[in-house]
Design a protein around this ligand. Sequence first.
Ligand code: ZN
Ligand code: ZN
Length: 579
Amino acid sequence: RFNWVTGVQTCALPISLGLQKVIFTGKISKYSHMKKLIILGCLLFSQFSFAQEYSAREIERPKLVVGIVVDQMRQEYFYRFHDRYVEGGLKRLMHDGFMMQNGHYNYIPTYTGPGHASVYTGTTPATHGIIGNNWYIRAMDDDIYCAEDSTVSAVGGSESKGKISPRNLLTTTITDELRFATGKRSKVVGVAIKDRGAALPAGHLGDAYWFDGGTGNFMTSDYYYEELPAWVKSFNERKLAAKYLDQTWETLFPIETYIQGASDDNEFESPFKGKARPTFPYDLKKLQKDNGGLGMISSTPYGNTFTVDMAMAAIQGEELGQRGETDFLAVSFSTPDYIGHRFGPQAIEVEDNYLRLDRDLAKFFDYLDKEIGKGQYLVFLTADHGVADVVNYMKSERVTAGSLDTKALTTGLDNFIKEKYGEGDWVSNFSNQQIFLNRELIAEKGLSLAKVQTEIADYLLTFDGIKETYTGETMRNQEFTKGLKHLLQMGYNHKSSGDVMVVMEPAWLANAGKGTTHGTGFTYDTNVPIVFYGWGVKPGSSSRYATITDIAPTLSMMLKTRLPNGATGQPILEIVDAK
Ligand code: ZN
Ligand code: ZN
């Protein structure tokens, strides 16, 4: 697949004509000797023709890489809904691609921002710095959003949706490295309904477009462009969001054939505003008024169709994969996350959304076959995290599960600290299952931070539903190589993470009600698809444990780029070395 330097081969040919016979008929042991001679001859020869050889230099790469992140997709969705997937969509990846079916997130917390960052940087929040969707900044005594950038402004959309860039990402992405590897001739485009699903994958050097629910358009910020490119403007003029919402969402098949989870009407799912029960059909025309206007498309399967439309417009508008350079299109499907949160993995709405996403993907792959050519493009598909089951659904099935009352916890903690150390605002923030202490006050009172951390960690263990607690001190001074402690450490950033880390019991959620969420280090949140398909990929599968941070290093090996600068994952040998 890889010619070292085409120039070497071409210039070696005339010199080595007489040796060809020896090389191809001789013993292997002689080969390396001969090769050295040839290379030596070639190096001498190359003194005269460097420029010529340079232009003849050729590294084989696919025409286009398509990175697909399905927001909140569990690995099990490949199997549970398998029977009604079409041949050309998810089944095409399963049957003709290489699937790591035991692929996992290898850090806590499993959220969207960290997930997209980790897929594309090949490392974890400890290194790339995206430690949550939002997190507390001690110096500001305020929260920051993962893709927030106060120095930039909206382009082509609502001002409030435009302060977006990859500036908080501390390491390079595989998309950055592809651009560096080709003198920036490669184009990188990130597309998603969620801004972070577009901006983090596109890296520091790419372009990113995300959806603006206020206008129904795809927009960007002036980090990327002063004005929307013409192709984005004409895409927006098609007013597709409004068009897609001008219909009723009914199940693709008769509703009684949906037998993979719970029945349609139940107490576990959260209905849309303006509709009493969480049941089909959904009259989107009527419901959109109370459910975010055009923004409601993100909670319907048509958000996926819309995203594919935009991805295809990007291929056409930027001539991706059609310019003699390897381009990279990073697409993230945000809709499965919105639907998943609202209804939970047992819901017919979730199944129907996957059946429809599968058909959208089939259409997208057919388009790629036609425009780029089958075997000429490389696809990988993964997710940014999985999801927990709805707590009350698990309870109804007699599985141990529970809800942690965080208000009771913070009140209890407050009383505990005041009793022990006196009055004061001891806790600055509690977010992402981490407690940030008021370090100034602790220093002022002459207390040891490590000791206060430990006493709080011990106290929190008295709560039902809290499985383990760790101090920042422990995270910094010990190295964990296995288990939840390891996952926590891979998500722990020395400069920005909290003072006490809380791990809940499996199947527990904070303040659980209808619907569900994600964020833990348990398998339901960590086991996600890692599948490669197309250019240079031999079909197959493996159940070896692999991590999400292996995706970017795998791409680095296949695309012959540097590794992203903070990468800690390893290439997936089953894919990279398969001949
Ligand atoms: Zn997500
Ligand atoms: Zn989510």
